[in-house]
Ligand binder design. Structure first.
Ligand code: PEP
Ligand code: MG
Length: 574
């Protein structure tokens, strides 16, 4: 519960958009200074991306500098400040709105690209005018609920430990990156709430019920006090559960299970320790790139991985190589707009297209692995969105070469187990042949479900289809887990369903013994496990496989959960 804080596309903040006559000169020079800083950023980016990735990829930053220098662009902003007495931020927002209106109806991909470039330049400029989320409203008031069209990866990262009590977005789904990030911090989030920005203003009281997926605007006093009570119970239960952090993750009949954490940065790694995870099952390295001011080179990556490994439970980390594209893009890779970004040039496909850049990441990971070995840790490397056997062979070849290069140069490095992220249906079908060339498998159910069901994980209109508990998904998971076990290859599941109580019961029944989830969910799952035996879980799984619809599976599992651990229903997201 908290006061709404609406985030427009660029951070204009709640300040007055108009200037006093006496402030115009100062505002113009503030704008000029921001232009200079932005130009310097763009030149540095051009230079670094040119040497780290390639001159073609870097060209985008020259184009951005041209936009910035274009007299038509800057002239408009200067006129808005000097003649209409607008703040620079407000003038930028207005310019962006104007162009968005003009381009709105165009189907021309080239023009859409130009709008995206213009937006990039404006957002960068605006960052120099006022740092993101640093206004009074954020520092002075109580808990805030962020309300936005969508939240960019870099924005969620900057929330840090602020008192963000909830997040509501107009776009996105339960497994889009903003939701995943919010979950890792234990922040309730509801996505796909169309039109919410039109209904609330800064300061409006909101209730975000992340469990039911409801957002209540200006609740009456009875509703408010009912939610306050629920909130107290929830916090009490959550804190009580977190006390199990030093207990083993053990089933009711004494079988140990591995509960790992999904992390994006060092803060998450620390949360993983605090919540009692025994390692990191998924480190999403793209966040390092998404939040880095330019492109991190090999040494910077090595340092970042080392720091993460150092902060992680048991120094055990499974590093996933860059998984960009889809809803996560950086301007120097995969910038072209595609009709089907999730099925297009993303993830490992993009990495293969930039072999030098990709090899840099592999080398940095192998170097960090050597340090982890020194401190009794364990590093594994896994590759996202593998579709074919050829891709996996190619990856192995690249890791071998990177290792040889480092050894020849006398740079300390260590060999690592190499794994496949199973998230493409083709790989699930061909799992037997892929198992011959991998050391382990990690099931990325977020993507696997969207591809199996042909339902975009970020599109709220098809979220009724993008369901991990749907019967076809359960069959595929059952087969993949069985195949891995028969081949004696370790298998983990690192999609969001690993931390959903209903789904966990089922996965345990399928024979899965290693799970990776948002750190905040580990205590709940550990508690649930202590109420569950292998026999009971297997029985639940057998029965669930007979059910023909997602609704039936979901209801059946809710009943099972109610019988097994009624106290945990509060953590069961429907
Ligand atoms: C997945 O697809 O399940 C996964 C864990 O990876 P991401 O959510 O980063 O795509
Ligand atoms: Mg994925």
């Amino acid at each position: 519960m908290g006061a709404a804080y609406c985030i427009p596309e660029i951070f204009v903040g709640p300040d007055d958009p108009w200037l006093d006559q006496s402030d115009v000169i100062d505002e113009l020079s503030r704008y000029e200074a921001a232009c200079e800083k932005t130009a310097a950023d763009l030149r540095a980016l051009h230079q670094k991306v040119s040497s780290q990735v390639g001159p073609d990829e870097a060209a985008i930053f020259r184009a951005h500098e041209q936009i910035l220098r274009d007299p038509a662009f800057s002239g408009k902003i200067r006129r808005s400040i000097s003649q209409q007495h607008m703040t620079a931020q407000a003038a930028l927002q207005r310019l962006l709105d104007e162009y968005t209106q003009i381009f709105r109806r165009t189907k021309d991909e080239y023009l859409k690209e130009r709008l995206a470039d213009l937006r990039d330049v404006i957002v960068r400029l605006s960052g120099h005018l006022s740092p993101a989320l640093k206004d009074d409203m954020l520092s002075d008031s109580g808990p805030l609920i962020l309300v936005a069209d969508e939240i960019l990866p870099s924005q969620v990262i900057t929330l840090g430990d602020r008192t963000v009590a909830g997040i509501v977005t107009q776009r996105g789904g339960t497994t889009s990156h903003a939701a995943i990030l919010a979950r890792s911090r234990g922040i309730p989030a509801v996505s796909g709430v169309r039109g919410i920005l039109r209904q609330v203003a800064n300061g409006t009281l909101l209730v975000v019920d992340g469990r039911e997926g409801h957002v209540l605007v200006n609740p009456n006093s009875e509703v408010e006090s009912a939610y306050r009570k629920l909130q107290r119970e929830f916090v009490y239960l959550k804190d009580a559960l977190a006390e199990n952090r030093d207990q083993p993750a053990r089933s009711a009949d004494g079988h140990d299970v591995e509960l790992l954490a999904n992390i994006n940065n060092v803060a998450d790694a620390r949360a993983a320790v605090a919540m009692g995870a025994t390692g990191v099952g998924l480190f999403r390295t793209e966040y390092l790139f998404l939040t880095h001011r330019d492109v991190p080179d090999e040494d910077e990556q090595y340092e970042a991985y080392r720091e993460i490994i150092e902060a992680s439970p048991g120094h055990r980390v499974t590093i996933r190589t860059l998984d960009l594209g889809g809803d996560k893009t950086i301007p120097y890779l995969g910038h072209d707009r595609e009709a089907n970004p999730f099925m297009g040039w993303r993830s490992i496909r993009l990495s293969f297209e930039h072999p030098g850049f990709f090899a840099t990441q592999i080398r940095a990971a192998l170097r960090a692995a050597a340090d982890a070995k020194g401190s009794n840790g364990d590093v594994r490397l896994m590759f996202p969105m593998i579709t074919t056997l050829e891709e996996m062979r190619r990856v192995r070849g690249m890791v071998r070469r990177a290792y040889r290069q480092l050894q020849e140069k006398g740079v300390p490095c260590a060999p690592v187990p190499i794994g496949l992220m199973l998230e493409v249906p083709a790989a699930a079908v061909a799992i037997d042949s892929l198992l011959e060339v991998v050391d382990f498998v990690s099931i990325g159910s977020n993507d696997l479900v969207q591809y199996l069901m042909a339902a975009d994980r970020d599109n709220p209109k098809v979220s009724h289809l993008c369901q991990p508990l749907s019967p076809p998904v359960l069959r595929v998971l059952t087969n993949v887990i069985r195949a891995c076990r028969l081949a004696g290859k370790p298998v983990t599941l690192c999609g969001e369903m690993a931390g959903q109580p209903r789904a966990f019961v089922l996965l345990f029944g399928m024979g899965l013994r290693s799970f990776s989830m948002s750190p905040a969910l580990v205590p709940t799952i550990k508690e649930l496990l202590s109420h569950l035996s292998i026999e009971r879980a297997a029985e639940i799984h057998r029965h669930a496989l007979q059910l023909k619809t997602t609704g039936r599976v979901s209801r059946y599992l809710a009943e099972c959960l109610h019988d097994l651990a009624p106290g945990l229903e509060m953590f069961d997201v429907t």
